[in-house]
Each structure stands twice: as structure tokens, then as C-alpha cells.
Design a protein around this ligand. Structure first.
Ligand code: FE2
Length: 183
């Protein structure tokens, strides 16, 4: 579960930096941090062979993988019973695999996807591509962005461009270079 823990912290860091850059309120940034903290915890409930599979998932495996968003939402709800904006935050977690073009898990499209889910989507994919996993090596920043650019229809374009624009900001540059030796 170390991969999951590192990943969670990286997504939290990028998502909050991006949220600040987008001039979100402190309330929204706090919610972004909480949602990023819980977004993938549900993967711990899935078979390791599926979560860590090096190659493409079969149709059945993909259906199982999709359930992690529900497990994550449920784990968040039971751990944060008193959180005042629980329902709103649950939706952000549940929809963190939506694609802007409507091809994600629940087929939400464009502005139907909560803004904070759109932010997590972009930072989640970038973090996953630039992390070593037990089944793959990390891509450097430029290769990761090339992969994402080729599938840019998945992302809110304005937010994606904003994210690219902050990747060389001092704090983010330091975080990237400390975390990933290949960059
Ligand atoms: Fe996820």
C-alpha cells in the first residue's frame, strides 16, 4: 500500500497548488485536500492482481477496478462522519474518474463533472504517470505531458493548461525533482 500512500500525498500536493493557482476559496482548497486524500483508498479493497496489473485490464477487471470510487466514497463517509460538507465531498471522490468528453466511469460530461473532480482527474493522472510502481517505471514530466496531451479530450482544457503552466513554479519544481530522480 506504499504506492497508494505516496500517490495520495502527491495528488494532494498538486491538486491544492492547482486550486490556489485557479484562485479557489480556502473552503474549496480544503475540500480538494480531503477528497484527494481519500480518492483512491478504495483500491485497498480490490484484488492486488488487478490494482497492480502491468498490462491492460480485461473488461471484467475494468468493471472491478471501477468500483474503487464507491469504496473510496464509502470509506470517506464512515471516517469523516462529522464533516459538514460530506455530501459535496462524496461526489468529488465518486466522480474523480470522469472524463471531460463523457467517456469516464459514470459518463458525466464537461461541466456536469464537479470542478474539484476535474482538478483531481488531471493531477491524479499526472502523478500516476510520473510515479514508479511495482509494475512500471516513472515517466519524466515531458513524456507524461505528451501522453496527457494526446488524450486532452479527457480533461478540462483550461484546467489542464493551468496545470502545465505551474509545473515549473519553485515549490512544484522542488517537489517533482525531490520525488522523481528521472526528471
Ligand atoms: Fe482512482
Amino acid at each position: 500500500m506504499n504506492d497508494l500512500n505516496n500517490h495520495k500525498n502527491t495528488v494532494r500536493f498538486y491538486a491544492c497548488k492547482l486550486g490556489k493557482h485557479l484562485e479557489l476559496s480556502s473552503f474549496e482548497i480544503n475540500m480538494l485536500d480531503i477528497a484527494a486524500n481519500y480518492h483512491d483508498v478504495g483500491k485497498a479493497k480490490l484484488p492486488k492482481e488487478i490494482v497492480n496489473k502491468p498490462g491492460p485490464l480485461t473488461v471484467d477487471e475494468y468493471e472491478i477496478m471501477k468500483t474503487h470510487v464507491v469504496f473510496s466514497k464509502n470509506l470517506f463517509e464512515s471516517a469523516e462522519k462529522d464533516y459538514i460538507h460530506k455530501d459535496q465531498c462524496s461526489k468529488i471522490i465518486l466522480y474523480h474518474h470522469e472524463n471531460y468528453d463523457g467517456t469516464g466511469y459514470y459518463k458525466l460530461k464537461g461541466e456536469e463533472i464537479p470542478l474539484l473532480s476535474r482538478i483531481i482527474r488531471i493531477t491524479d493522472v499526472f502523478a500516476a504517470l510520473t510515479e514508479d510502481r511495482c509494475y512500471k517505471k516513472a515517466l519524466d514530466m515531458h513524456r507524461a505531458l505528451k501522453v496527457m496531451w494526446n488524450e486532452k479530450h479527457f480533461y478540462d482544457y483550461r484546467i489542464f493548461c493551468s496545470f502545465i503552466s505551474i509545473l515549473n513554479d519553485d515549490e512544484i519544481f522542488s517537489y517533482r525533482t525531490a520525488s522523481f530522480t528521472q526528471i
